[in-house]
Design a protein. Structure first.
Length: 389
């Protein structure tokens, strides 16, 4: 951590005696990664584009400075949510709005799709399920604010709350099936990291660098492993939180911690196959035997999936507070704080294209629509379909 970051954070702690831990978590997170960052994004160099990026269509929701949203794609449609309560359905081909509803309260987690449900979570701790026509089906109360998109598998809606509890709800009516809870450190980063479901298991990262696997059916812990060990003498120095989504790829699940490591974990046993000292806040992705990681200082790494060996490192996006990488065949797409989408070569990490969609930060997770279209949501509420040719 750089000296001026450290000074700012010490000040935040000193001034927090009369604030809640939740307020402090938010303040620390924003000073490191958000609107209050004192670090100036690096200047962009001219590039020679070999891939042309253009906006096919765009739509708009409310501005969201504080909460992270990722559009969801299903059967030719895109579902998205905004912080003031709106949920909408768009045609993936044209961007035409199919419907738009307003929940009437602030949404802080969404959107999740599955079991014919469109799912969002709210600031007041509700999980709300709509059908694909925009009709509300049920509304269920959980213990605290929902900060990530609810997920569905095997008839169970799995949702994670701001107090680190994870709930399993019946997809039919929202009734509670199980709850997982754990103690958390005195200070951790505010995070929108949720859960990833695959093959009947739920994977989630926590403060202190812990990664767990739960059985979706009943919430039983299958294994727990330490991806990173907190270090240092102060609470801030000892932050080593998994603040992004784990990624499942074949027999391995990958996770990365801020001020910690990136690790590959055997899904069956919870044994760490390899780990590297790479810190990340927004996360990683995997495709075709490579793992792509966004470093906390905004470098991008391409690693071998089985050993963690570095194929390449792209360091020219320093302090641009980049999104998680989105690999799409020969292209790796990265968004940044100034509204640019950067296209890197999968083979060597060189810049092969660039497009600015608007003057606003792009949300931490972009999604792929087919093999040549990126869907990105911005902090100002823009939803963009970007063609890569």
């Amino acid at each position: 951590m750089k000296f001026y970051q450290w000074t700012a954070l010490v000040g935040a702690v000193a001034l927090s005696a009369c604030t809640s831990i939740t307020d402090l978590k938010t303040d620390v997170s924003e000073r490191l990664f958000g609107r209050q960052s004192t670090e100036i994004p690096s200047e962009l160099n001219e590039i020679k584009s070999t891939v042309q990026a253009k906006v096919l269509w765009n739509s708009r929701l409310e501005m969201s400075e504080d909460d992270d949203f990722t559009p969801a794609i299903d059967n030719g449609y895109i579902y998205a949510a905004g912080s003031k309560g709106e949920v909408l359905k768009l045609s993936a081909a044209s961007g035409k709005q199919e419907w738009r509803v307003n929940l009437g309260e602030a949404i802080t987690g969404g959107v999740g799709i599955g079991a014919n449900l469109v799912l969002v979570g709210t600031q007041k701790g509700y999980v709300v399920a709509y059908d694909f026509n925009g009709k509300m089906l049920w509304k269920a109360k959980v213990s605290s604010q929902v900060l990530s998109a609810p997920k569905v598998d095997f008839g169970v809606v799995v949702v994670r709350c701001g107090d680190s509890r994870i709930y399993g709800l019946n997809a039919a009516d929202g009734s509670r099936k199980w709850i997982y809870e754990r103690a958390t450190p005195p200070l951790s980063l505010k995070s929108s990291a949720g859960v990833v479901l695959d093959g009947g298991a739920a994977y989630a990262g926590f403060a202190g660098g812990k990664l767990i696997s739960l059985r979706v059916e009943d919430g039983k812990v299958l294994w727990e492993v330490s991806v990173a060990q907190p270090k240092g003498t102060t609470e801030i120095e000892r932050i080593a939180d998994i603040t992004s989504l784990p990624v499942v790829d074949g027999p391995l699940v990958y996770a990365v911690a801020y001020q910690g490591k990136v690790a590959a974990v055997d899904r069956a046993t919870g044994r760490i196959a390899w780990s590297r000292d790479i810190s990340s806040y927004t996360g990683l992705n995997a495709e075709d035997a490579r793992v792509f990681v966004s470093h906390a200082a905004s470098a991008v790494y391409a690693l071998d999936f089985s050993t963690g060996k570095t194929y390449w490192r792209q360091g020219d996006l320093r302090q641009r507070r980049i999104t998680a990488p989105l690999p799409m065949g020969n292209i790796v797409a990265i968004g940044d704080v100034e509204g640019y989408v950067h296209l890197l070569s999968r083979e060597d990490g060189s810049f092969i294209g660039r497009l600015k969609v608007e003057d606003a930060a792009i949300m931490p997770q972009m999604v792929a629509l087919g093999s040549s279209t990126v869907i990105a949501q911005t902090r100002k509420g823009g939803i963009y379909a970007i063609s890569l040719k």
